[in-house]
Design a protein around this ligand. Structure first.
Ligand SMILES: [Zn+2]
Length: 155
């Protein structure tokens, strides 16, 4: 089974269950507008009939959440920031500010930035030219994950 197939099945279970967000508090659960005893978690909207899609969704949730978490962590683990510091060629040292701290030029995504730029950084030859093969941090991949997990209001 491919990751795309797994994701499609997880989304199918999610879409078949009562729409969220759900909330639980003090032995009660809210799946729509009203709070009910948590034992009613697998009833449909009107609270009258058992909801098999809700039961299937809940039963699959631990595995689904674990898989999705691993997938997102794997992607985030590949995309890491790399900070570029100002380098003084004449002295052969990193430039420092008045407080003795190295001066940050910019932060890039190490995975999305091209090898030629990473090589310049590693060789202390990066000169803040607008390289076409560099990607600022956060890169579009990390930004998409951040926006999905922490959506700004209205999204
Ligand atoms: Zn990236």
């Amino acid at each position: 089974m491919t990751a795309a197939t797994e994701l499609a099945q997880i989304k199918e279970r999610l879409n078949a269950a009562t729409p969220g967000p759900w909330a639980a508090y003090a032995g009660c659960i809210r799946q729509d507008r009203s709070w009910r005893d948590a034992s009613h978690v697998v009833v449909d909207y009107d609270g009258e009939r058992p909801s098999i899609p809700n039961a299937v969704f809940i039963a699959a949730a631990p595995v689904d959440v674990a898989r999705l978490t691993r997938a997102v962590e794997g992607v985030l683990g590949l995309h890491q920031p790399i900070t570029v510091y100002e380098y003084d060629d004449t002295n052969g040292t990193f430039t420092q500010d008045g407080e003795g701290e190295q001066i940050e030029m910019k932060t890039l995504c190490a995975a999305c930035t091209g090898d030629s730029v990473l090589e310049l950084i590693g060789d202390c030859e990066y000169d803040d030219t607008d390289y076409h093969d560099e990607t600022a941090w956060p890169c579009p991949t990390v930004a998409a994950i951040e926006n999905a997990l922490n959506p700004k209001e209205g999204q």
